[in-house]
Structure formats: structure tokens, C-alpha cells
Design a protein around this ligand. Structure first.
Ligand code: FAD
Length: 546
């Protein structure tokens, strides 16, 4: 099998152009990834194209939680809570190293949006509907217990609280591991390839896509029986290529997260807290940092790179200082952050937070299928809906049944464990020590690459790359050989999350990493320097809370 490396890009592209596919998916976020895997596991021959890096759209810019759906209770979306709760358990089973149970403290305050009774009833209902397992069910707390757990909270306003569980994930890696699993099953996925036109037959049915390779500038024609638009915030733009639907399906709201050093807000656990405008915000400790978010405002600006405005930063800093009055956070404490766009299915007249997060599938005369809205957590069910439509169409067309969705039982790439995570990790830590990695470093590698840690550690048998620590060196080599990185940003942002959770290391190794990538890919000088510049720009954005 050809390794999933950008150095094999031409081979993958040749396949895309020369073969005919049952299904072509436009969009390499979690929605498209899920559809690719579902299709592939039902025996279809599927391909996916992504115009940026995989997950570079919304799927690397979320709150990074596999939700049980607590917030949907406020909107009385009981069926959604039940579905999301079940899905959470499945996602956890299929990629346990990427979905870690995270205790969440819900402090209740005077004049807060939830009262004691409401919280008690709401969390009971949530446990029931979402099928929360024993040991992870709600625990109601007195004010004293809440303050003992989280002394930074306002003693004068806290009236009680509760503990419940969310599952923390790495959204970009989850998306990528779904894609990798599909590729292992002979699915084809390529990043930096943009769908620019739909191809039609004489009856105006879609028979493929004309796409542009954004690395080489080449134009490719890809043939497929069915085409899926899974382009998230770009759903309307992609639909416009089909021309059978002119109506806008989605509305964008922007959600910003900021990252600060954990020492600046030394929380004992994650906290989900009230904000004076009636919304709720998460503060989640992770890898020595704490990230806080999110905002939720209507958005009409640039979709590719939504900015984190001063207003966004002030909103999150003020909200945090309000609930943790002794924290005294300043704008200059912000080290990094991200802004994402929710592609919400249009519901006129509702405020951003009141618009449902449900998904919807649209079918057009041309044969195009578009899926909009939804959540990271529900990616598998969204994929099932789309492939079930294809199943029906294939049945009508050729009388063949491709069968039911299989993905609930499929361990994702990196999630292939036959023993408990603790046991597997303990063995890797020993392996890591033998090659010179600290236990902490091996642990971080493990929670990133899961059962592929073995492959990552193999690179430690060679000498570390020049100017790069062993820890980063082995990850870079693995990502170059097996994770389709095409630029330094792919590595530092979406494969490792280093820009958010290890920003000092990015500063330290950016030049050596870019130089190594440049040698590896034989980049001309202008590509090398633009890679370095793009990392510098990302770092600069957060200097001094700018
Ligand atoms: C702030 C925020 C917080 C969130 N938090 C959570 C959370 O904690 N838990 C949760 O479950 N959900 C959460 N969500 C929702 C979740 O992140 C999204 O529903 C999900 O990531 C959307 O995935 P997608 O694949 O539909 O879109 P995207 O991830 O945006 O993928 C679409 C892709 O299509 C590509 N594309 C566009 N046009 C083309 C073209 N012409 N050719 C090729 N490719 C193209 C884009 O580059 C993009 O990568 C959050 C969302 C936001 C914004």
C-alpha cells in the first residue's frame, strides 16, 4: 500500500483522475470524513477532496468536546440529547485515546441562568436521555463543596453546583483518524484540491467534479456516480456550483476560543459557567494551558480565516474574570486561540445561540446531495443518513443492496486497542524510556497517535533531526511519512495542536521544522520562506494579546 504521505501526492491524484468512483465527497472536515468511511465500509468506492488541509475548516476550531448534549435540553431537543448521548459512547469506543472523560463543574450562582432545582432536574433528565453510564452520572454539590473544588469562584455568589461529564477530544485528529481509517480501507482522500465546477451529463445529472490542485495549479477531472457536498460553512458556495439550488441553506455564527497558561487560571477541573448575557462558556484545562470559549455571534466576513476580534477577546476575558473574580486575567495573558464558524441550518428570527445545531440533508434534481449543520459528535449518524440515501438510489438503479451502516463497530486508525488504555500506555512509556523520551512525552504522543504510537517511536531508533528535540523529531517524521502534511502549519496546528498547547516549542523549533520539511520536499526558497512566514504570522497574532 502506498503510504499516506504528501510525497506520494501525484500517485493519489493520478488515481483520482484515472479511476471512476461510486462517490465523491467535497469537503474534508468531520462530516466529509465520516461519509467517506461509511461509504467505504459499505463496499462503495469513494473519494474525498479537501481544498485546504483536512479539518482546516470548522473541524479544527470547535470546543473540542464530544458532547452528551446537555445544552440541547434548554431548547427542549430531547431526541437530540438521546441520540448525541449514544453517539458519544460510540465515538469513545472507536477512538478511546481521543475521547477522554472530563469532569465538568457546573457552578450555580445567584441570578444565574440555571437554578438549583432546574440543574437537578435537567441533569437527571440528561443522564436518563443520554444513557450516561454509572460512575459518570451527575453529582449535586453544596456551595461549600463547589468552593472546595474551585476556590477561585466567587464565594459571595456561589449557591451550589453539580459535576457531570463531557468527553474531551482533539477535533482535527479525530477527523484525520476517520479519514486515515477510510484510506486504510482503500478510500481515497486528498487535501489542497478544490472543487471548482460540477460536471454534468446530457440529462443534467452530476457525473463528477472539475477540481484544481492548489499546490501545483493543475486541473483534474474526477468522475463519480454520486457527488456529496459536505463543505460545512461553504455549503452555499458549493451548492452554487450545481445551480439547481439558489436558496441559501445556512447561516454562519462565529465561535472564538482563547488559550492562556494554566498558571494564570489554575483551575482544578473544567468549568462550564454562566455569562451575564445568558450564555454559557467552558474553561478547560489541557496540557498546561486552559482554553476558554466560546463566543456565538452572527458572522458575514471571510470564511477561510475568521478573525479573533478585540471584542471577542474582551468578552471571554471579562466573562472569566466575572466568575473567577480573583483571576484578574488581562488581554495580554492570551497566548493563542482559534475562531470557527458554525454552519447552522437557517432559522430566521432566532438569536445565534437559539438556532438549532441539527443537521439537514438536501437532495437536488442534478443528483447532488448536500449535508449542512450538525456537530462533531454526531458525525457518524450524519454520514449514515447520506449513505442511506445513496443505498436507496443504488437499489433503484441496479437492484443491489449495499446494506446498513457499519461504522459503530469500527475502531478508527490509531484507536486499535485490545487492552485497556492504561496498560497499553504503560508499555509505550517503557519503550519510550528506552529510546530517551520522558514518560510525559510518551504520554502526549500516545494521546495524539494512539495505537500508532509504536510507529512514531520507531523513528527514535534513528538520530533526531538537526535542531529538533527527539520528541518533535519523531512526530514530524511520522507525519511526513504517514499523515499527508504539506506545510508547517498542517504539522503545528492540525496534526499536533502545538500552536495552541505548546506555543513555546513552536517558537523554538519552527525554523528547524520548516528547514527539514524543505529538504524533505525539495521546496524552492520561496515555499520554505512562506511556510516560515505563515507560522510567524500565527505566532504574531497573539503577541501581547493583540
Ligand atoms: C466555536 C465552535 C465550537 C464547536 N464545538 C463543538 C463541540 O465541542 N462539539 C461538537 O460536537 N461540535 C462542536 N462544534 C460543531 C462542529 O465543530 C461542526 O459541526 C463540524 O466541525 C462541522 O464539520 P464539517 O465537516 O461540516 O465542516 P468543516 O469542518 O468546515 O469542513 C468543510 C470543509 O470543506 C472544505 N471545502 C469547502 N469548499 C470546498 C471546495 N470547493 N472543494 C474542496 N473542499 C472544500 C473546507 O475547506 C472545509 O475543510 C463547534 C463549532 C464551532 C464553530
Amino acid at each position: 500500500m502506498i503510504s499516506f504521505s504528501n510525497k506520494n501526492r501525484n500517485l493519489f491524484r493520478d488515481r483520482l483522475v484515472n479511476e471512476k468512483f461510486d462517490l465523491l465527497i467535497i469537503g474534508g472536515g468531520v462530516t466529509g470524513a465520516g461519509i467517506l468511511l461509511d461509504a467505504q465500509t459499505r463496499g462503495l468506492k469513494a473519494a474525498l477532496i479537501e481544498m485546504q488541509d483536512f479539518a482546516q475548516g470548522t473541524s479544527s476550531r470547535s470546543t473540542k468536546l464530544i458532547h452528551g448534549g446537555l445544552r440541547y435540553l434548554k431548547q427542549f431537543e430531547f431526541a437530540l440529547v438521546a441520540e448525541v448521548g449514544k453517539e458519544r459512547a460510540i465515538v469513545h469506543k472507536n477512538a478511546p485515546h481521543l475521547t477522554i472523560a472530563e469532569k465538568m463543574l457546573l457552578p450555580l450562582t445567584e441570578k444565574g441562568s440555571i437554578g438549583k432545582l432546574g440543574a437537578r432536574f435537567g441533569l437527571w433528565l440528561y443522564d436518563f436521555l443520554a444513557g450516561v453510564k454509572k460512575g459518570e452520572r451527575r453529582i449535586m454539590l453544596s456551595a461549600e463543596e463547589v468552593l472546595k473544588r474551585e476556590p477561585l469562584l466567587d464565594k459571595t455568589k456561589t449557591i451550589g453546583g453539580a459535576l457531570y461529564y463531557e468527553y474531551r477530544t482533539d477535533d482535527a485528529r479525530l477527523t484525520f483518524e476517520i479519514i486515515k481509517e477510510a484510506v486504510l480501507r482503500d478510500g481515497l482522500a486528498l487535501n489542497y484540491l478544490k472543487a471548482e465546477e460540477m460536471l454534468f451529463n446530457g440529462e443534467r445529472k452530476i457525473v463528477g467534479v472539475k477540481a484544481k490542485d492548489l499546490i501545483t495549479g493543475d486541473i483534474c477531472f474526477i468522475n463519480a456516480d454520486y457527488v456529496i457536498n459536505a463543505t460545512g460553512p461553504w455549503v452555499d458556495e458549493t451548492d452554487a456550483l450545481d445551480q439547481s439550488s439558489k436558496k441559501s441553506k445556512i447561516i454562519h455564527t462565529k465561535g472564538v476560543h482563547i488559550v492562556i497558561d494554566h498558571k494564570k487560571l489554575p483551575l482544578g477541573q473544567s468549568v462550564y459557567f454562566d455569562v451575564p448575557d445568558g450564555r454559557m462558556v467552558f474553561a478547560i484545562p489541557r496540557e498546561g494551558k486552559t482554553y476558554i470559549g466560546t463566543t456565538d455571534t452572527f458572522y458575514t466576513g471571510d470564511i477561510v480565516d475568521p478573525e479573533i476580534s478585540l471584542e471577542d477577546r474582551e468578552y471571554l476575558i471579562n466573562a472569566t474574570n466575572q466568575i473567577f473574580p480573583n483571576s484578574d486575567l488581562k488581554l495580554s495573558d492570551i497566548e493563542s486561540g482559534w475562531a470557527g464558524l458554525r454552519p447552522l441550518v437557517r432559522e430566521e428570527g432566532k438569536s445565534p445561540s437559539a438556532i438549532s445545531r441539527k443537521d439537514e440533508v438536501f437532495e437536488y434534481e442534478s443528483g447532488l446531495i448536500t449535508i449542512a449543520g450538525g456537530k462533531l459528535t454526531g458525525y457518524r449518524k450524519m454520514a449514515e443518513k447520506v449513505i442511506d440515501i445513496i443505498r436507496k438510489r443504488i437499489k433503484v438503479k441496479i437492484g443491489q443492496d449495499i446494506g446498513y451502516c457499519q461504522t459503530a463497530a469500527i475502531q478508527l486508525a490509531g484507536g486499535k486497542f485490545s487492552e485497556s488504555l492504561e496498560k497499553v500506555l504503560a508499555n509505550y512509556v517503557k519503550d519510550g524510556e528506552r529510546v530517551g523520551l520522558s514518560a510525559k512525552e510518551t504520554e502526549k504522543v500516545f494521546y495524539r497517535f494512539g495505537s500508532n504510537t509504536e510507529k512514531v517511536l520507531k523513528y527514535a531508533q534513528e538520530e533526531a533531526l538537526e535542531g529538533i528535540s527527539l520528541y518533535w523529531s519523531i512526530q514530524l517524521q511520522y507525519c511526513l511519512e504517514e499523515e499527508m502534511i504539506a506545510g508547517a502549519e498542517d504539522f503545528f496546528v492540525r496534526r499536533t495542536g502545538a500552536l495552541y498547547f505548546d506555543i513555546d516549542e513552536v517558537r523554538k523549533y519552527k525554523e528547524a521544522v520548516v528547514n527539514h520539511m524543505s529538504n524533505y520536499f525539495q521546496w524552492p526558497e520561496n515555499v520554505r520562506s512562506s511556510n516560515l512566514k505563515s507560522i510567524d504570522n500565527l505566532l504574531f497574532n497573539f503577541q501581547g494579546g493583540k
